[in-house]
Design a protein around this ligand. Sequence first.
Ligand code: DHE
Length: 493
Amino acid sequence: MKLFAASLVLALGIGAAHAAPDAAALYQTHCASCHGSDRFGATGPALLPDNLGRLGKRGAEAVIGEGRAGTKMRGFRAVLDEQSIKALAAYVNAPPPTAPVWGRAQIEASRVLTPDLSAAKPVFSADPLNLFVVVEGGDHHVSIVDGDSFTPIYRFPSRFALHGGPKFTPDGRYVFFSSRDGWVTKFDLWTLKVTAEIRAGLNSRNIALSRDGRHVAVANYLPDTLVILSAADLSVEKIFDVADSNGKASRVSAVYQAPPRDSFVVALKDTPEIWEISTAAQPDPFSLRRIALTTPLDDFFFDPSYRHVLGAHQDGNRAIVVDLDSGREVATLPLAGMPHLGSGISWMRDGHLVMATPHLKDGKISVIDTTNWKVIAEIPTPGPGYFLRSHDNTPYAWADSSLSPQHRDEISIIDKQSLKVVRTLKPAPGKMTAHVEFDRSGKHALVSVMEKNGAVIVYDAATFQEIKRLPMAKPIGKYNVYNKITFSEGTSH
Ligand code: DHE
């Protein structure tokens, strides 16, 4: 009898040893308590294809097997065999059975308030306007650093995977962070406490703060919404279901504030429109103006007057200039190499206002004359990079080549008048180095060694000598309060 059963198993190719793992059951047993039974995230991040896009199946297998250092994610190799790990990685990379819903009710239910109004002044002696806020992606923390002594004064755990520049209230007291998982966190830089949090989306791109500091706009990929929150307590003020005039839904690539226009400017990913949303209290708060384009634009640079917006064409080879007053496209520029216009900066040269942008695919910085929208120079760098930074008080702009496998550790320092690279730094040979931020005076430049055992390195911005090295866990970006609230010309806004 035993022999018969065994041959039947062999004949049918079935049996306990060969049964495909039940990924849904494995998920509920091992993952749901941290990532939510619906995979929308809980104490751990959401496990949905849109959120995991950068990790992919292979990356997910590695994280499930080995865990993620510096986070609560432990490895499961001791309890799950290879097949189960693969099945789980495929499961979390596949769309969930029912489309995720994240509307007003879900957003409001996620809000946590912990206000602390006790402090009439900062609880530390450092200059509150010369603080640096450092986002450490390695173990999902934020450090607050004194910008005069370059000493960390506080460190706290953040939401998983903060991304993009934090946004500051005009007085510099509060800072708002956004995470790729849609969480918005309000932090009080005087009391050094989180005062409110809300999950405004399941997969968010970035946030913007209105000119008066009263409203926070959140750009979402999932769902297709733009959410406006009250900056006071992060309560929901308005939700735009984002769609073109014919009702076709679109993801939101990014939202920016345009202070002189008292508006939010919104880039739509899937439809050829820019939205401008009024943040003026009168006559009609949050009124929407649609600007029709010939193509969707991704990444934006604004000229200092905020009249013109330069947007990257999705083909990665062009940029289009839109006059926000007339609502018309007024120029097209050849900008091959996937310009990263969100990192663009501007300065005066020979009496002309120029802007410059790095590229995500080509090793060069393109310099554009904004008076006639012509590319006037392409400064070669060792490789493609993400960021470009300067300051009103320095003659130099600093660019990384962090997307080049061979030159990811190099920083090019460019003279803003001659448009020549005057120095190349290699702060930590072999390690990805990117993102520069100046202190309030422009006399020091802080550079990130963006690795797990990384560092923020303080340089003398005139002599390029290293002054101090602060060990940090993958410091992604760092932001100086004064430069941010004054919209310093060398920083992205
Ligand atoms: Fe970013 C800003 C989009 C990948 C680090 N990034 C931004 C902004 C956008 C954007 C729209 C502006 C937000 C703001 O400040 O309001 N980033 C994108 C992408 O589309 C891209 C290429 C792919 C993606 O996965 O989204 C991308 N970005 C990255 C990274 O891989 C980086 C290097 C590390 C990370 O995410 O962990 C990264 N992005 C940053 C940083 C800023 C940023 C540090 C803020 C720059 C600043 O100084 O203001």
